[in-house]
Design a protein around this ligand. Structure first.
Ligand code: GLN
Length: 488
């Protein structure tokens, strides 16, 4: 049943053909069988899941269920969950049990979704491969010698392996779209400010945004609609009414995308993309044309500056955000130390992994007196230019399409000694975060080694429903999103 669409699962629950307890039990059994192979979960909460499922069954029996009532779900371990371990992939928080729920967690609890566990991630969401987790790497269910992408790789792998139908993630520079692409599922990052950051452990606050993973765009829409909404506890939360992001996921007619103008940024297609990715992307675009869309070349001349700008801004914000992990209030504290300063130094030296330390050092450097103007202010100016490029492109098109990742999933260990190579895997995703735009990745075929390829659709601000509706039309005539990795 977990392998069915949310619509079908919800209908079966409503008609009492299956109970929420049975679904939770099925999900937990799949985790028991599948997780040892891929390490998608850091924590499973069997008792909590069964209790939530019993409560969901009562609601359903009373005819009060919504579209997520009784549906098993996993949260990326960046979201604080009351009474359940929240590690953020770090030794620093390896024993941290949150005293409160993130806003997203409360909303999904209220919707009756059943959390079965917390998923593995790159430490503090810094990474593109999940290899930076203190708990060891997650493996790609399509080939366990490959990475699932990062930083939300645990959530993506869990959905791809059919351990859960839906999962949450966060995307600061590509961490929903890139693992969705590498694991062959659908993932959306909404407009910045759509999903509250309250209780979502901060990496780079001006870029961090929660979002949804599912197999299809239609299912992503259901999850995202439940996660979004104004929250006064997050000062950057948008004051917008809740909306149904699935409103354009309607039945298709003959030319369902007639009139849709898809912009293809010439810089994305010029170089960098591997041949197998290019072939799948081109074939997906041909399918979009068959559905009635037209394609037009657009230009994002400053997109090539996105990685350098991001790797100044994100570490700068991270160095400030991560200063709270000092061993005093919560998190890891060194067992032995001299004075207070020594306690800070030892606790942080022991609690943080190598990549996190690298980002803190870079961030502190670019914010320091004498370098602030040369690096940080310069990067903020580039950010504006990048956002302006998108604004100009959206005068010529309705959505922008392109690759998500330049390659299919790479080998575990292949890039872990070369941070710059690793950073380059986000070359097509990062500009979107700098501009604050919504974007999704949907399965578009397979490349070398029978590994999934994703197509990225980028929308103008608040165009989530159009993005999801567009991807839905594609998914009505293709079956890439229905393919499952062997053995799961
Ligand atoms: N890979 C990028 C980084 O390491 C993006 C991570 C993210 O989106 N959380 O910062």
């Amino acid at each position: 049943m977990i392998d069915s669409s949310l619509k079908d699962i919800a209908a079966a629950l409503r008609d009492r053909k299956v109970s929420a307890v049975e679904l939770a039990t099925e999900s937990l059994a799949r985790i028991d069988a599948g997780n040892p192979k891929i390490s998608a979960f850091v924590t499973t909460d069997r008792d909590g899941a069964l209790a939530a499922a019993r409560a969901a069954d009562e609601r359903l029996a009373a005819g009060q269920g919504g579209p997520l009532t009784g549906i098993p779900l996993a949260h990326k371990d960046v979201f604080c969950t009351e009474g359940v371990l929240t590690t953020c992939g770090s030794k620093m928080l390896a024993n941290f049990v949150s005293p409160y729920d993130a806003h997203v967690v409360s909303l999904l609890k209220a919707a009756g979704a059943v959390m079965v566990g917390k998923t593995n991630m790159d430490e503090f969401a810094m990474g593109s491969s999940n290899e930076n987790s203190h708990f060891g790497p997650t493996r790609n269910p399509w080939d366990i010698t490959k990475v699932p992408g990062g930083s939300s790789g645990g959530s993506a792998a869990a959905v791809a392996a059919r351990l859960v139908p839906i999962a949450t993630g966060t995307d600061t520079g590509g961490s929903i779209r890139q693992p969705a692409a590498l694991c062959g599922i659908t993932g959306i990052k909404p407009t910045y400010g759509t999903v509250s950051r309250y209780g979502m452990i901060a990496y780079a606050s001006s870029l961090d945004q929660g979002g949804a993973f599912a197999r299809s765009a239609e299912d992503c829409a259901v999850l995202l609609s439940a996660m979004a909404g104004h929250d006064p506890r997050d000062s950057t939360s948008l004051e917008r009414d809740s909306e149904d992001f699935g409103r354009e996921c309607t039945p298709a007619d003959a030319q369902p995308l007639a009139g849709l103008r898809i912009g293809l940024p010439k810089e994305f297609f010029a170089e960098g993309m591997e041949g197998d990715v290019r072939a799948a992307v081109d074939a997906a675009l041909a399918e979009y044309r068959k559905l009635g869309a037209t394609t037009v070349e657009v230009s994002l001349p400053n997109a090539r500056l996105a990685i350098p700008a991001y790797y100044v801004i994100a570490p700068a914000e991270a160095s400030s955000n991560l200063s709270r992990f000092d061993g005093v209030r919560y998190g890891h504290r060194a067992a032995e130390y001299g004075d207070l300063n020594d306690m800070y130094c030892k606790s942080r030296a022991q609690g943080f992994g190598g990549e996190v330390k690298r980002r803190i050092l870079v961030g502190t450097y670019v914010l320091s007196h004498g370098y602030y103007d040369a690096y940080y202010i310069k990067a903020q100016k580039l950010r504006r230019l990048i956002a302006n490029d998108f604004a100009a492109a959206f005068e010529q098109c309705d959505v922008i399409a392109g690759p998500v990742s330049p390659t299919v999933a790479f080998g575990i260990g292949e890039k872990s000694d070369d941070p710059v190579q690793m950073y380059l895997s986000d070359i097509y995703t990062i500009a979107v975060n700098l501009a604050g735009l919504p974007a999704l990745s949907h399965p578009a075929g397979f490349g070398t080694g029978n590994l999934p390829v994703g197509l990225q659709l980028i929308g103008n601000y608040f165009d989530e429903a159009r993005l999801l509706g567009t991807a839905h039309r594609f998914q009505q005539t293709t079956d890439w999103h229905l393919r499952a990795p062997a053995g799961f």
